[in-house]
Design a protein around this ligand. Structure first.
Ligand code: KE4
Length: 428
């Protein structure tokens, strides 16, 4: 028996499904989940010594690859001063100042310990600031596991949310309204039917949780104007796109400025982190300056902050994002060409180093279209890629991430291996 299998069997005795986050169980693609042992740069080694080129990158947290020496040094130096104070310390102020400088919508920011805490808090703040209860989100978007987000679209185009997890009260779920991504008419109609009652529209400006789906031209700008007309706030959930698609996130890239922004992943350099921020008049409603309560023992943890500062420093180097974008484009173009040779329906896209693909002729503009992709072919492709040492997200409805550690040579090697995997999956 492999060490991975042995460990997973032990894990299933003491962890629900053997994991601490569902997707890690690899149930969508089958096979034993990869059991990580260590990772450096673009590669991850499992407990059986199998080496992968990693495109998970801790779900996008690792913009510089695993174990970057500058990030490691910053963590080590912070560790020498202790791990947690439960008091404010200089690093959280420095990281906040960097985020304020880089992210157009953020005058004031509050750190928390996960993306879920960030989005949950941003929605509470939006409801307090507007005195309204309804929330609009988009079908297929994921904003973490707070109750208000665990709702599924009912039938019809724009519907009241239905709980999509036991334990989510129906009365709470129905405060969330769901529209198809890239459908401005559905948003306009929903706002009209609930005039004066919608607190906020929350959106992943580039979908990273239904596969990768970019916004249609002008869609985000229309959301901005619709929110303004309706007196609702616009929240960009940039937990994935923040510092990924641009140094200032999707809002800097598109020129559309939300009222509130949520961040995570990259700003912690791979350590636990989340943040929400926005206009000063809104953020000063947050306790203790204001009356909207939110708190956390490990919020602004000095180790996470040190790693985040090191990561943003590295990302500030000239040409950093251009290189990431060029390499990602090479990978996406290589994959697309290989799919054509293999004769399979395929559509791929990227923004910066965030990319994704569907076994679908395209276009894929929303989750309903994404779900028409050939999931069985994806499953065969995922296994074929894995057996060739390339680790992709274990779901057809996740994105993929390239890091600064994925050199031109690594990208070229990946294209070769994935072309072979595609041909094998198409033949099977
Ligand atoms: P966390 O609570 O997992 O730190 O962040 C929640 C979250 C919020 N918003 C967006 C846009 C996100 O992508 C996430 C978390 N992303 C998933 C990956 N699709 C985390 C992976 C997992 O759930 O294990």
């Amino acid at each position: 028996m492999s060490k991975s299998r042995e460990l997973f069997e032990r894990a299933q005795k003491v962890l629900p499904g053997g994991v601490n986050s569902p997707v890690r169980a690899f149930r969508a693609v089958g096979g034993d989940p990869v059991m990580a042992c260590e990772a450096h740069g673009a590669t991850l080694t499992d407990v059986d010594g199998v080496v992968y080129t990693d495109y998970l990158m801790s779900w996008g947290a690792l913009l510089h690859g695993h174990d970057h020496p500058d990030v490691r040094r910053a963590i080590q130096q912070a560790l020498e001063r202790g791990t947690s104070y439960g008091l404010t310390s200089p690093a959280e102020i420095e990281l906040a100042e960097r985020i304020v400088r880089l992210v157009p919508s953020i005058d004031v920011v509050r750190f928390v310990v996960s993306g879920t805490e960030a989005t949950m808090s941003a929605v509470r703040l939006a409801r307090a600031a507007t005195g309204r209860d309804l929330l609009i989100k988009f079908d297929g978007a994921y904003h973490g596991h707070a109750d208000s987000f665990l709702v599924a679209a009912g039938s019809g185009v724009a519907t009241f949310g239905l709980p999509n997890s036991p334990g989510v009260p129906a009365d709470l779920a129905k405060l969330t309204l769901i529209c198809p991504f890239n459908d401005a008419d559905a948003v306009r109609d929903t706002l009209g039917r609930h005039a004066g009652k919608v607190a906020a529209i929350i959106v992943e400006p580039y979908f990273g949780n239904a596969g990768f789906i970019p916004p249609a031209d002008g869609f985000l700008a229309v959301l901005r104007s619709l929110a303004d007309e309706a007196g609702a706030l616009l929240i960009f959930d940039e937990v994935i796109t923040g510092f990924r698609v641009h140094a200032g996130g999707a809002q800097a890239l598109t020129g559309v400025t939300p009222d509130l922004t949520t961040l995570g992943k990259i700003i912690g350099g791979g350590l636990p982190v989340g943040a929400y921020g926005g206009r000063r008049d809104l953020m000063e409603r947050v306790a203790p300056h204001g009356d909207v309560y939110q708190a956390g023992t490990l919020a602004g943890n000095p180790i996470s902050m040190a790693a985040g500062i090191a990561g943003l420093e590295l990302a500030g180097r000239p040409g950093f994002y251009d290189t990431l974008e060029r390499r990602t484009r090479t990978l996406v173009e290589g994959l697309t060409a290989a799919a054509e040779v293999a004769g399979v329906p395929f559509t791929a896209a990227h923004e910066g180093s965030l990319f994704g693909f569907f076994f679908h002729a395209g276009p894929v503009r929303n989750y309903a279209e994404a779900k028409q992709c050939d999931v069985k072919l994806f499953t065969r492709f995922h296994a074929a890629a894995r057996s060739r040492g390339v680790l992709l997200a274990p779901s057809a409805f996740e994105a993929a991430f390239l890091s600064a550690a994925h050199t031109d040579a690594i990208v070229a090697d990946t294209v070769e291996k994935l072309a072979d995997a595609l041909a094998a999956a198409a033949r099977a």
